[in-house]
Design a protein around this ligand. Structure first.
Ligand code: SAM
Length: 283
C-alpha cells in the first residue's frame, strides 16, 4: 500500500511507522529544532521533533512511567531530581507523584516544546504548578556542568535522539559531570533507544561511556513503545557507587499513586536481559 498525504510516517533503517492523520495542528522551526503537532485517527495528538515521533496521547504513559518510577524506586530516598530534556513535562508529572521528592527541576533547551505541550497535551502538564517543580530553559549539558557537586539524587535524561542539541547528552564528558553532581547512592537514567536497532550504535556505547565515566553499574530496562522505531524501547540506569537494585520494592508493591503501566512486577520483568543483548553488553 502506498501512503498518501493523510499519513505521518517516520522512516528509520528501511522501515517506517505511520499514523493516519486527521489534521496538522501546528508547525514551527525553533532556534533548536522543527516541532510539528498533529491530530491522528488512532493515537490522539502526536508531537514530532525533526521528523521523529516524540509522543502520542495513546502510548506516552508507558515511556514516561518507565523513565521515572523504576529509577525512583531503585534509589533509597530520592529527594532532589533533575530532568534533562523532557520538555513535554510528562516525566515531570510522574516524578512528582512521589511524595518523598522535594525538588524536581526540568531543564529543556527549547521552551517552545513546553509551551506547545501546555496547549496540545495539557494532561502532561498537570503538575507544572506544583511548588516542588522548577522549569528551566537552558542547555542541559551546561546546567549539569555547573551543578553543585553531590547535590542531586536522581538525574533523568529524557532527550531527543543523539543528534543536534542532544548529541552531547550521550558523551563520556557529560556523564562525568553527572557523576560529580550526584550524591551518595546517586542514580542516572537515560532513554537508550531500541535494542533491535540501536544495540551496537547506542546501547553498547552508552554502557561503555557510563562505565568509562566512573559509574559502577549499568542496567538496561525494556518496555514496549508502539510509536517509536521497532516498537521496543529501553531506558538504562547507571549507579554511582553500588549495584543497581530495586531498593524500595515494598513501596512499589503498594503503590501510593495511580499508574497505567508501571507496577512492581513490570519493574522486575523490565530488567530481564535477552540473550543477544547479554552477549553484546556483558560477554
Ligand atoms: N520521549 C522522547 C523521545 O525519546 O523521543 C523525548 C521527548 S522530550 C520532548 C526531548 C527533549 O529533549 C526536547 O524537548 C528537546 O528540546 C530536549 N533536548 C535536546 N537536547 C537538549 C539539551 N542539550 N539540553 C536540554 N534539553 C535538550
Amino acid at each position: 500500500m502506498t501512503l498518501d498525504a493523510n499519513w505521518f510516517s517516520e522512516p528509520h533503517q528501511d522501515m517506517a511507522f505511520s499514523l493516519r492523520l486527521k489534521a496538522r495542528l501546528h508547525e514551527e522551526q525553533t532556534p533548536f529544532q522543527k516541532i510539528e503537532i498533529y491530530d491522528t485517527v488512532g493515537f490522539g495528538k502526536l508531537m514530532v521533533i525533526d521528523g521523529c515521533v516524540m509522543l502520542t496521547d495513546r502510548d506516552n504513559f508507558i515511556y514516561h512511567e518507565m523513565m521515572s518510577h523504576p529509577v525512583l524506586f531503585s534509589h533509597p530516598d530520592p529527594k532532589n531530581v533533575l530532568i534533562i530534556g523532557g520538555g513535554d513535562c510528562g516525566t515531570l508529572r510522574e516524578v512528582l507523584k512521589h511524595d518523598g521528592v522535594q525538588h524536581a527541576t526540568q531543564v529543556d533547551i527549547d521552551e517552545r516544546v513546553t509551551r506547545l505541550s501546555e496547549k496540545y497535551f495539557p494532561q502532561l502538564c498537570d503538575s507544572n504548578d506544583d511548588p516542588r517543580a522548577r522549569l528551566l530553559f537552558d542547555d542541559g549539558i551546561a546546567h549539569v556542568k555547573n551543578a553543585e557537586p553531590g547535590s542531586i539524587d536522581v538525574i533523568i535524561i529524557d532527550s531527543t535522539d543523539p543528534v543536534g542539541p542532544a548529541e552531547g547528552l550521550f558523551s563520556t564528558a557529560f556523564y562525568k559531570d553527572c557523576l560529580r553532581a550526584l550524591g551518595r547512592d546517586g542514580l542516572l537514567v537515560q532513554q537508550s533507544e531500541s535494542p533491535l536497532l540501536h544495540t551496537d550504535s547506542i546501547i553498547r556505547p552508552m554502557h561503555d561511556s557510563l562505565r568509562g565515566a566512573g559509574f559502577l553499574d549499568v542496567m538496561t530496562l525494556h518496555f514496549p513503545q508502539a510509536s517509536y522505531p521497532s516498537g521496543w524501547w529501553t531506558a538504562s540506569i547507571a549507579s554511582k557507587d553500588a549495584t543497581v537494585c530495586f531498593h524500595r520494592e515494598e513501596a512499589a508493591e503498594e503503590l501510593a499513586f495511580p499508574t497505567e503501566y508501571y507496577n512492581a512486577a513490570i519493574h522486575r520483568a523490565a530488567g530481564a536481559t535477552p540473550e543477544f543483548l547479554r552477549r553484546k553488553l556483558f560477554a
